[in-house]
Every structure is written in C-alpha cells, then in structure tokens.
Design a protein around this ligand. Sequence first.
Ligand code: EPS
Length: 372
Amino acid sequence: MSAANTFGRSFCVTTFGESHGPAIGCVIDGCPPGIAIAAEDFRHDLERRATGRSRFTSQRRETDEVEILSGVYQGRSTGTPIALLIRNTDARSKDYGDIALSFRPGHADYTYWHKYGIRDPRGGGRSSARETTMRVAAAVIAKRYLAEQHGIAIQAWLSGIGPYVPQRIERGSVEDNPLFWPDPSQLPEIEAYLDGLRKSGDSVGARLSVIAENVPVGLGEPIYGKLDSDIAMALMSINAVKAVEIGDGVAVCGQRGSEHRDELSAEGFRSNRAGGILGGISSGQNILAHAAIKPTSSILVPGQTLNTAGEASELVTRGRHDPCVGIRAVPIMEAMLALVLMDHVLRHRAQCGGVPPQTPRIAADPFNPETH
Ligand code: EPS
C-alpha cells in the first residue's frame, strides 16, 4: 500500500515536497525514450501557472526554475526515471504563525491534523497549490509526446467566475489576458469585480473547461479504468475542485435520448454531448471536461473556528493568497488531462497496439463555441 502520491499506471508521476520546504519535485517513471527535453521547455507552462503574474493572484514570487536531475542525456529522455526539482525561494513562513494551532474554516488544516496527528502549517504544507507546479512540469513532457506522436492539442480556459459566464468562447483570446477568460468584452467588468473582492479580503469560486483535440479512438479501459473516470479522478485531484463534468455533464439529467445522442454520419459526428467518450473509451471526438473550483479558504474575512486545544476563536488568514484560485488552475487542468491521455496512450499501445485500424473512422465535429 502506498500513500497515493503517484499518478498514472504507465506514465507514473510521483510528486514530493511542501510549499515552505526547501524544494518540490517529481519523479516520472515510464517515460518513453527519445523525447527532447531541456530545462527551458518547462518555462512557458510554469509561468502560466505561477503566482505573481497579475494582481489577481497570490503575490508570492517564485522563479520556478526546473533542475533536471536524471533521465535525460544529451537533451533526450533515456527511458529511465526523470527527476525534476524546483527550489522554493520566496516562502514567508511568519504569515502562518497565527494559524499554526488553529484551523482555517474550509481548509485542509483540520483534516490533515486529524489524519496524521501532525501538520506542517507553513503555507499549507503539502496541501498547498504549490504542489501543482510539478504536475504542470511533468505534463510538459506528456504534452510534447502527445503532440508529436498523435497531434493531440490541449487547451483550457476559465468558463465561469463568481456571477460571470462567458457570453462567447473565443479560444484565440484566452492567452491574451491574465484571467484566461475567453470573452474579452467582459474583461473590464470582471477585473473591477475582482478588485472589489480583493479589497474586501474575500475570495470567489470558478468554473474551468478543457478540450483535447485529435485524440485517437480507443483510449480507456472499459470497466475500472474508464477514460472518463480517470479524467474525473485527475481533475478532482486538483486542489479545491468540488465537481467535474464530462461533455454535457449534469445537464444530461434533463435531456431526452433523441437529444443527447451524438449522431454518426459519413461526414463526421453531428454533435459532441458525450464529451468524446463512449463506454469509457475515447470515440475520436474532442474530449471536453469541466471542473468547479471552490473559493479560496485563506481569506481576510474573520471566521469562527477552534484551535487544537478545542477552544473557540476567530481567525483571519494573513499572507499572499489568491482571491480566485481557479485562475491559476487553467494550466493545471491542461496538465491533468495531458497526464491521463499520456497514461492511456501508453496503456492502449501495450495491450491493443497490434489491433489493425477499423472502419469507418468518423471525424470529430469541430468545436462548437455556442454549445460549450
Ligand atoms: C497557497 C497559498 C500561497 C500561494 C500558494 C498557494 O502560498 P504562500 O502563503 O506560501 O505564499 O502563494 O501558491 C504557490 C506558492 C504556488 O506556487 O502555487 C495555498 O494555500 O494553496
């Protein structure tokens, strides 16, 4: 039995480290040999996820420089374990002095304390979003392999924040703003809303969406390794996620069979309500998933709590926190989907690599910004 710090069966990523420890890192076991990997390849996605990128995220300033410790020779993966390390350089542990013996309402402080009988309160320790840095780093390798071998492209965006929902999805605009918001016309209003929220010391939840395009047919194992159950597990493992939807998700409750099914035609699938997965196996359509993220629990609004002696108290969390942790979760959504697809590409190849291509192979319908 292990304590489940490893994700994946064939592309296995083990992360380690705490937010205020000397470093965080990961070991990737099962990586195919020959993939080009250099330390600077990690920079782009790590910067997208990093704190201090705008006034709407935590102001902690980390350089997030990746050190490749093993598994890469002359710029290529060798098939041996790849170890990556990032040193923590801007932890400010004194911010956590007040909460060392108290539980932030809505935070993992309480459950860690009861589970282990000991906890590292500095920056939330292992429960910190800092851990997700290594998921994003490991997924840089997965994304490259998926793109090179299968042409798979993955993109996530924010699809809800507080009371706002995008009126249109312009995927080309997502990277042009620090909120990863797909409807530029709403940005001034949302930014004003977030400024007000920051001033009031409160936080807010968010919805995220992710798409993977050019996914081959056949990924996923039909019973306990369904592609959608693994995606749900992966997305739910992101800090603060409280719900995951695949395709139309909870909306299927109100649909008729004649409405929900994705009809097949020689020109391609006619819709994508299933989110690209049938019977736990990818259909070759775009994979579409969504996640709901709760508001950050570390806030300046005073809340009632108990301390470790069981005494009632009022608590305020000081420090450099995210008013909406969902914003930085956008690249983490992409990373977790990439890790699942990478794992299943390798698993599919191992068992079914010799199955000849079947016909007819139906084309995916193009992404429909009206319905997603
Ligand atoms: C976090 C609290 C803040 C964030 C941190 C996530 O940490 P600290 O109070 O230690 O500065 O800055 O995010 C990161 C450091 C990161 O790299 O994502 C939390 O409670 O989860």
